[in-house]
Design a protein around this ligand. Sequence first.
Ligand code: SAM
Length: 238
Amino acid sequence: MHLHRPIARPLHWRTRTHPRPLLGRTTVFRPSWFWDRMAVRYARMPIADPAAYETKLEKTRAYLRPDSRVLEFGCGTGSTALVLAPRVAQVHAIDTSAAMLAIAREKVQAAGIDNLSFEHTTLTDLDSPAGRWDVILGMNVLHLLPNRRDTLARAHALLKPGGVFISSTLCAADAPLGLRLLAPLVRALPLLPRISSLRLEGLTAELVAAGFEIEAQWRPARHKAAFVVARKPGRLDA
Ligand SMILES: C[S@@+](CC[C@H](N)C(=O)[O-])C[C@H]1O[C@@H](n2cnc3c(N)ncnc32)[C@H](O)[C@@H]1O
């Protein structure tokens, strides 16, 4: 059904090219219907590592103030945005999956939270003035993006000087050898989202190249998603 649904916006259906050593350059069609189809299941899934998630939330809260404006991209069903919204002035959360956003909106309505809004877009397409946000969050999404460098550059532009970009990112190239050997097989499955082969050192280097200073990094184990806080140089107004 989703396959034949009228297309609301072109960002739903992105075509991209990436190198495959054995097959040459292949154009792969990976629309967001993977996440649309996953949405209900994703919303029901228990958090894989609740202790690590709680630690990341706690570390994130340290950067929030009652007057903070927070932008989250790849918000999924809005769980993190919902937890953080009561602590700040505003949260705007965006995602490319309409089904994820529909669940997020239902959860916000049920919770009666009125400072949390959602939008169907990407960070690079978002219509927002530069320097507007105190905090930008990208939780479990950077490793899924074909345009990660553009996204980091946009995050930097959208933050106020002194603002922070907080991310949690799977660094698949740091995984144990057994898992890394499986990666080409997983990557060959055409319907799964492509996971970048990232190392934590590579990610922090990309953040620095985008103009950030690395403020903190933590991960519960080498093969688990890495939490990184990167600051746009400058001082937030007191
Ligand atoms: C693994 S889920 C993470 C959801 C949520 N942040 C969490 O931690 O539970 C990845 C999410 O990123 C979204 N996504 C994928 N590519 C995106 C893009 N270019 N811009 C915004 N969201 C994107 C997917 O639709 C999905 O909801």
